[in-house]
Design a protein around this ligand. Structure first.
Ligand SMILES: Cc1ncc(COP(=O)(O)O)c(C=O)c1O
Length: 310
């Protein structure tokens, strides 16, 4: 969509994407090309993926966000003529690192896109529909993207559906001179999936979702933050909305053992590398007890992992 917009508006050389490291955007070829190139998920495809531009995501050191924003500015100064868009997951990155950044950083990146005339794509496939405590993560920074990617909670998980939203500027640019959008998969706009999405979004908006996310956040904090003091294998605990992340100092030694531990405590989570994370549902009332089952299972799994390492 971004590439077609520039092509139709007289800047066909703007075909690259710029992003930050530790991102995850999916497993199809275009999406894989903007995922973190070194964190292990798509290494075997590197030779066939389009080469995109990367800037280090903010480190957790003081000044980390400023430094990353400066690198982004430098890259845009040098290459904006070739760049269609900056793509990123706003406020919290997903499976590529579950790293959180501030609304300030997000606003800064958005403003750089305005300054250097590149589009801003917000991938809210994981963060959309309330997950971070705001309906969309972009709302934390009061910004609006040129292109918004949605999926997952769009249908509440009941049917597969993704959606790409854009602004009148992009839409009119593409449609100029009888232009049509050049992507039309067989099942695009599937009526049944659309009906499910509408019903699901209506149910969410009619529910006290914000309150539920707030309560889940409180409970996740209560259950997981102690790990920072009680475990010497834990590097960081991050809680944002209905997302709880425990980052270990080293990758888990045996994924199946950690998973078996979690399952024996009644919880299905998928540990990945150094990360153990949970994103509990909030489309129905979820009580303290349910969140506690999850956090207790994580505490137990970390304890056993620590014992295995000694
Ligand atoms: C932020 C983000 N973008 C994109 C995707 C990919 O979505 P899909 O698996 O529906 O292609 C995911 C999936 O986990 C995601 O978390």
């Amino acid at each position: 969509m971004a590439v077609q917009f520039w092509y139709k508006t007289g800047k066909p050389q703007k075909g690259k994407f710029l992003t930050i490291t530790n991102g995850y955007h999916g497993d199809t070829f275009g999406a894989m090309s903007v995922c973190d190139p070194v964190n292990g998920m798509h290494g075997m495809f590197q030779n066939v993926l389009a080469q995109q531009l990367f800037v280090d995501s903010p480190s957790s050191c003081p000044g980390g966000e400023k430094e990353s924003a400066c690198k982004m500015r430098k890259m845009l100064q040098q290459k904006s003529n070739d760049i269609a868009a900056v793509i990123m997951e706003p406020i919290i990155q997903g499976a590529g690192g579950m790293k959180v950044h501030s609304p300030w950083y997000l606003r800064e990146i958005r403003n750089l896109c305005y300054e250097f005339d590149v589009l801003f794509i917000a991938d809210e496939i994981a963060t959309g529909f309330g997950r971070t405590g705001e309906l969309f993560a972009c709302n934390h920074a009061d910004i609006s993207p040129d292109i918004l990617c949605l999926g997952k909670a769009l249908t509440g998980g009941y049917m597969t559906m993704g959606a790409t939203l854009t602004t009148p500027r992009i839409c009119e640019g593409i449609s100029k001179d009888n232009g049509v959008f050049m992507h039309g998969p067989t099942f695009m706009g599937n009526p049944l999936a659309s009906a499910v999405a509408l019903a699901s979004v209506r149910l969410l908006l009619d529910s006290p979702w914000k309150e539920r996310v707030r309560k889940t956040e409180k409970q996740l904090k209560k259950g997981l933050t102690s790990l920072m003091e009680t475990s010497n294998i834990v590097k960081d605990v991050r809680i944002l909305g209905a997302i709880g992340v425990c980052e270990l100092k080293e990758p888990v030694s045996d994924m199946t053992k950690v998973q078996d531990d979690l399952i024996s405590n009644g919880v299905w989570l998928r540990p990945f590398g150094k990360l153990l994370y949970t994103m509990p549902p909030f489309n129905a009332p979820i009580g303290k007890e349910e969140v506690n089952v999850i956090t207790n299972a994580v505490l137990e799994a970390v304890k056993h992992e620590q014992n295995r390492r000694q």
